[in-house]
Ligand binder design. Structure first.
Ligand SMILES: Cc1cc2nc3c(=O)[nH]c(=O)nc-3n(C[C@H](O)[C@H](O)[C@H](O)COP(=O)(O)O)c2cc1C
Length: 179
């Protein structure tokens, strides 16, 4: 069994996935990992949209592309090709929080880290998808995944069986010690 430090160091963003759904029990355990993250003032106001439907994932990705194009931002990849912001993952978890919860972003980042560490521990891949926040630009997409007007997308994470094994990215740190 890997130590927690080994799992922390083994985690890396995976951006290619096998075309294979995750068992329901695994999805449940991933959500369980997210649930145990701390939240500011213990408000526990995060809500999870657990999406495994490929068509829906593709629609959400297209919504992000449209939002970027509307803002005149360049799309990565060959011209004309549809960008896939969710990298072909079989599971997309979108996290929402009330707009008036000022710690929604922090709470969700901790939940995503729990998900990423847990998935690493069971040899699954994962990646934080900050771009998913752009889904908010399309009211129809928000309706499609039942996001109420008072809620905001604060984070998203994808998970699945990896189809790549990239080298770990170099990690830097600036720390000043006051002994
Ligand atoms: C807040 C945040 C937002 C991110 N958004 C995206 C994203 O939209 N798409 C993506 O492919 N990766 C995204 N990433 C992954 C980072 O690019 C990745 O963590 C970074 O390059 C370091 O690589 P590592 O995760 O393998 O250590 C995001 C990471 C963080 C922490």
């Amino acid at each position: 069994m890997k130590t927690l430090m080994e799992i922390i160091k083994a985690r890396k963003s995976i951006r290619a996935y096998q075309d294979k759904p995750l068992p329901k029990k695994v999805v449940k355990d991933i959500l369980e990992a997210a649930k145990y993250a701390p939240t500011a003032r213990n408000l526990q106001q995060l809500e999870y949209k657990v999406i495994t439907n490929k068509d829906l994932i593709n629609k959400l990705s297209a919504g992000i592309a449209a939002a970027l194009q509307k803002e005149g931002m360049p799309l990565k990849g060959p011209p004309g090709a549809k960008p896939d912001f969710f990298h072909g993952a079989p599971l997309l978890i979108i996290i929402i929080a009330p707009k008036d919860n000022h710690f929604g972003l922090s709470d969700s980042a901790l939940a995503v880290q729990n998900v990423m560490l847990y998935t690493t521990s069971i040899d699954l891949g994962s990646c934080f998808i900050g771009m998913a926040r752009l889904i908010e630009k399309d009211k129809d997409l928000l309706k499609m995944i039942n996001i109420a007007d008072n809620m905001s997308i604060v984070a998203a994470v994808i998970c699945g069986y990896p189809a790549e094994d990239p080298a770990s990215r170099e990690k830097k740190q600036t720390a000043e010690y006051f002994g």
